[in-house]
Write a protein that binds this ligand. Sequence first.
Ligand code: C5P
Length: 222
Amino acid sequence: MLDAIPVIAIDGPSASGKGTVAQFVAERLGFHYLDSGALYRIVAWATHKKNIDWSNATAVAECAKTLVIRFSNNQVFLNNQDVTADIRTEKMGKGASEVAVHAPLRAALHDLQHSFHKFPGLVADGRDMGTVVFPNAQLKIFLTASAEVRAKRRYDQLVGKNESANYEKILLDLQERDARDKSRTSAPLIMADDAILLEADNLTIPQEIDLILKKYQGKMCK
Ligand code: C5P
């Protein structure tokens, strides 16, 4: 029974730290990890390479069906090519949020996301993990922080990687991405009714991880 294999769904807006937190939680529990945002980024990158317009719902979804995607040791492979760095750019973040509005693409990625749901468990992060993809998840977290705190985190990350960064531009891009993710009709970014809200403005990453692990243990001991 798949429902017996636990899922922890961690959703929230861009740069809320979900990815880092989800990866650590998965590691601590020995669970599999799904970075669903990477899938939308890969589709943005692959369609861009093929000159497919991000607004073309049918062509984007058809292209996605042909992609062979593999995750291995924090690296992402598309058709056996390492695209880890290519998909992490700001441009592909924006592209991901543009292709992600298309219902046919979201449907095309459904089975791939479910293929990560394996014993002994899964930690999945994204925008619709708890609402659409894994509605029966044992624990749902909605991790958020103010746009300013998230923009500062993104800015520090880029500076840390010696990349050029402009705080004001990052903040504007984040706000634009939040607005698109929240207002789309297909699987918009909303908190599931049964999710726990975690506001990360005044929390460190280790504190967030501890809180999630405690909530999970609490649920499993009931
Ligand atoms: O999480 P990340 O920033 O990598 O996601 C990139 C974009 O992919 C998001 O802005 C969002 O539009 C889209 N996405 C989505 N559903 C998910 C994960 C990501 O629509 N489950």
